[in-house]
Ligand binder design. Structure first.
Ligand SMILES: Cc1cc2nc3c(=O)[nH]c(=O)nc-3n(C[C@H](O)[C@H](O)[C@H](O)COP(=O)(O)OP(=O)(O)OC[C@H]3O[C@@H](n4cnc5c(N)ncnc54)[C@H](O)[C@@H]3O)c2cc1C
Length: 380
């Protein structure tokens, strides 16, 4: 369950920590009656989620919030690469600052809308809550069989399906005749079984991440074979995850800032300064990355997406350390929001592939003839 009435100011952060602090946006509430195809008005989204608070680890409450956001058109974030990528990420950061399990569902849904738009199937997104389930452990691949036209049937199991008991549709990766395909599937079919019993997580518990079994489920192929990975938006979506990590880290640091405002203990103040340096640096990188994506929407964003993910992962780890050492055990043990956020964030950060991602980033600097000069201060 969630309630409205949590003090939004508790999570108020300095302007330097806002991803697109320079942009002026409308401050009006979106009108639920005026149709869902309006871009979310991010300040209204920020206000709405700042008032949402959970008292349990139940995914149903998060799914109910996603329904409420959809009813207000607040799921229509600006699409990446269309000039307002930073606004999109500011929206993701705001939802992450509310609750990381909520943003796991919200980010998956908004990512699905962006993928469907990019692959010219936006009309499918009219109804329901969507998820994107693309994880593929090497030994488990979902098999797609052709069923006429773009129709498919799906066989096999998919692990890592966040929100599975609560979403209505998913985009899933599968293999058709040895080629990777993306399939849209409606989840109420009797040929689909959801098993959440393996999800023993404490952090991110309220995502109800499940294994989903498909036993001849009907689905529709989205785009050509290989389209999911080869489209430019793949890396735009990957960078958006970093905005989620960032939003939670900034909200944790905002609690430290409030504490130091009340009592300027020098060690806590030093930790606040160190956290500010981390957050302001990666906020600047997020803004710069968003601007690059907007200027080069069709180009390969792999390098800048990997860079921002690695940088935000490192910064989030540092911020958790500074906040923890400055505030001690009290908020871990007495502050409901803090206790959940500090348990959720390390688990969510493991969607990074750690050293494998750092290695992949390093390889982009030594392989190929990449003309970009990443360390040049003259770069716009
Ligand atoms: C909280 C949370 C929510 C997630 N939600 C989603 C989601 O909604 N959609 C989505 O596509 N992905 C989701 N993921 C999965 C994520 O994208 C990665 O695929 C996952 O974290 C595994 O990545 P990895 O780099 O550790 O392992 P991989 O690179 O995938 O594999 C590394 C090793 O782990 C093993 N492995 C991987 N998965 C499993 C498994 N389930 N059981 C046993 N062994 C396994 C592999 O066999 C391999 O040996 C979620 C992850 C987390 C932590």
């Amino acid at each position: 369950m969630n309630d409205i009435g949590h003090d939004p100011l508790r999570r108020a952060a300095p302007a330097a920590w806002y991803i697109n602090s320079g942009l002026r946006l409308s401050d009006e509430e979106p009108d639920a009656e005026s149709g869902p195809r309006r871009y979310a008005l991010v300040p209204a989204l920020e206000r709405y989620v700042a008032g949402v608070r959970y008292h349990d680890e139940d995914a149903a409450g998060r799914a109910a919030t996603l329904d409420a956001l959809r009813a207000r058109g607040m799921d229509w974030l600006p699409l990446p690469g269309r000039g307002e990528t930073a606004t999109r990420w500011r929206g993701l950061a705001a939802v992450a600052a509310c609750d990381l399990s909520l943003v796991k569902l919200y980010e998956g849904h908004t990512d699905a809308l962006a993928i469907l738009a990019e692959l010219q199937r936006a009309e499918l997104a009219d109804d329901g809550n969507w998820a994107v389930w693309a994880a593929e452990p090497p030994d488990r691949k979902l098999i797609a069989h052709a069923a006429g036209g773009d129709a498919l049937t799906l066989e096999g199991a998919k692990p890592w399906c966040s929100g599975a008991p609560h979403v209505s549709h998913a985009l899933v990766t599968a293999w058709r005749d040895g080629e990777p395909v993306l399939a849209a599937v409606e989840l109420s079919q009797p040929s689909i079984a959801i098993d959440a019993s393996g999800w023993q997580a404490v952090g991110m518990r309220a995502t109800a991440t499940s294994e989903v079994r498909f036993d001849g489920a009907r689905a529709v192929q989205i785009g050509e074979s290989g389209a999911y990975l080869s489209r430019a938006g793949f890396w735009h979506g990957g960078a958006g995850i970093a905005a989620c990590w960032y939003g939670c880290a900034a909200a944790l640091a905002a609690i430290l800032r409030s504490s130091v405002k009340r009592h300027a203990e020098p060690h806590a103040c030093a930790h606040l300064g160190a956290a500010d340096a981390e957050l302001s640096s990666v906020a600047a990188l997020l803004r710069e990355t968003a601007a690059w994506i907007d200027e080069h929407p069709r180009d390969d964003a792999r390098q800048c997406a990997l860079r921002v993910r690695v940088a935000v992962e490192q910064a989030a780890g540092q911020v958790m350390e500074h906040v923890s050492r400055a505030l001690g055990a009290v908020p871990f043990c007495t502050d409901d929001w803090f206790a959940h956020a500090i348990a959720d964030l390390p688990v969510f950060l493991r969607q990074s592939h750690a050293e494998r991602d750092e290695c992949a980033l390093g390889l982009t600097l030594v392989d190929g003839d990449d003309a970009r000069e990443p360390w040049n201060l003259g770069r716009v």
